[in-house]
Design a protein around this ligand. Structure first.
Ligand code: PLP
Length: 367
């Protein structure tokens, strides 16, 4: 058979190991690996999508997004985050994932240093590598929060600093002091901060702070995915200096054209309609977090209580991680999230209380 040639920047990266793990689970597996809400999208959002189809909104939209959605996002940023953006500073994307890709493509030159949290979301490092960047992992401290001093030491000469609070996979929420310190340091060092805030509404003990409050060279990335249980609709956005938006728009235009028209109309309803479902989901996640955390503590595990998102980062130890997976409790090994979290496992509590109770019972039989 003929050899095929693949660009090394792509051949050198792997598919996320998470999916492989789940495919391996048997029929009675308890899946704590899922990185998406287990709620259904609220009805008024679905209705808006059906209306969009009926009204024939099925063609291409303006590349940057329909004006109604860009305006709804501007209003959301004002209302919820006290941030002042104009619609020309908003680019609607196919989920937060695409926004991350656009930023890396538009800003990273070959060999540029891209600082990403380690442990961190699985996409950051591969996206930076696809952009021919040089990835360096910023560690967290023993409380699983970002190590601010280490972050500052690494900052000089970097091109991008990716910040993610609330964090996937640690579930930690950074304090205002940490976010301010990192952003101010980055601004002094001419490092652009990319702030991934897709879990902003899933905070249980302390408020979320927007990085864009503390500096002007900050690109904010967000999505409807987690807030409104809309992962499959593929709507996200970036909010930034218009000069960044205009460059990211080029990549977006040529690879994506526009986010799905129907999903954009649904997202208008999400961002500007009734917000009560967001609090209902948050409170359910909070109860599940408490249930799972208390269960693990009762089994003798000791680790800081996660403050946000729907993840728990648990120091199970390598042997117990394998044993847990062997017994059908599907958790994601820390190695999936970087080099600094060996022996940890990410457990998602975007699963029913019954599932979480069953998981704790099964985990009681290991180790
Ligand atoms: N950022 C983080 C931290 C995530 O955990 C995820 C999804 O898991 C994303 C971005 C991507 O979200 P989307 O589904 O909107 O592309």
């Amino acid at each position: 058979m003929r050899d095929i040639r693949i660009a090394s920047r792509v051949a050198g990266i792997d598919l996320s190991g998470i999916r492989k793990l789940f495919d391996a689970g048997g029929p009675d597996a308890i899946n704590l690996g899922i990185g998406q809400p287990d709620f259904d999208t609220p009805d008024h959002i679905k209705e808006a999508a059906v209306r969009a189809i009926r009204e024939g909104h099925t063609g291409y939209t303006p590349n940057a997004g329909i004006p109604e959605l860009r305006n709804a996002i501007v209003e959301k940023l004002r209302r919820e985050n006290d941030l002042s953006f104009g619609p020309e500073q908003i680019l609607v994307t196919a989920g937060g994932s695409e926004a991350l890709h656009l930023v890396m493509q538009a800003l990273v030159e070959p060999g540029d240093r891209v600082l990403v949290p380690d442990p961190g979301f699985v996409s950051y490092a591969p996206l930076a590598r696809i952009a021919s960047g040089r990835v360096e992992g910023v560690p967290c401290d023993e409380t699983l929060h970002i190590d601010v001093e280490r972050a500052k030491e690494m900052m000089d000469g970097a091109r991008l600093f990716v910040l993610n609070s609330p964090s996937n996979p640690t579930g930690m929420v950074e304090s205002e002091e940490s976010i301010r310190a990192i952003v101010e340091y980055a601004m002094d060092a001419s490092v652009t901060v990319v702030s991934d805030e897709v879990y902003e509404h899933l905070v249980y003990d302390r408020p979320h702070f927007n990085a864009a409050r503390y500096g002007d060279d900050v690109i904010t990335i967000n999505a409807a995915s987690k807030t409104y249980a809309m992962t499959g609709w593929r709507i996200g956005f970036l909010a930034a200096d218009e000069r960044y938006v205009n460059q990211c728009l080029k990549v977006h235009q040529y690879c994506q054209a526009c986010a799905t028209s129907i999903a954009q109309y649904a997202a208008v309803a999400a961002y500007s309609g009734d917000q009560s479902a967001v609090a209902v989901m948050r409170e359910e996640y909070r109860a599940r977090r408490d249930l799972l955390y208390d269960g693990l503590i009762s089994l003798g595990y000791e680790f800081p209580k996660p403050e946000g998102a729907f993840y728990m980062f648990v120091p199970l130890g390598q042997d117990r991680i394998e044993e847990a997976i062997g017994k059908g409790v599907l958790v994601v090994p820390g190695a999936s999230f970087g080099e600094n979290a060996m022996g940890y496992a990410r457990m998602s509590y975007a699963a029913s209380r019954e599932t979480l109770r069953a998981a704790v019972e099964r985990l009681a039989t290991i180790g």
